[in-house]
Design a protein around this ligand. Structure first.
Ligand SMILES: [Zn+2]
Length: 56
């Protein structure tokens, strides 16, 4: 597990160390956080709400 910081509430978020970029974790504050990997370092950002409007 890695401890990352929640960009919303500044609290600690536990993420699996093998979490994949793009994986979304839910924090206890209710925020949906997306795992981002840059230069081998993991961080979190607020996940965008993905609309279901892919439209075929
Ligand atoms: Zn939070």
């Amino acid at each position: 597990m890695v401890l990352l910081k929640c960009p919303v509430c500044n609290g600690e978020v536990q993420v699996e160390d093998d979490a994949l970029p793009g994986e979304v974790v839910e924090h206890e504050c209710g925020a949906q956080l997306e795992v981002v990997k840059e230069d081998g370092k993991m961080s979190l950002r607020l996940a965008e709400q993905i609309g279901e409007d892919w439209g075929e």
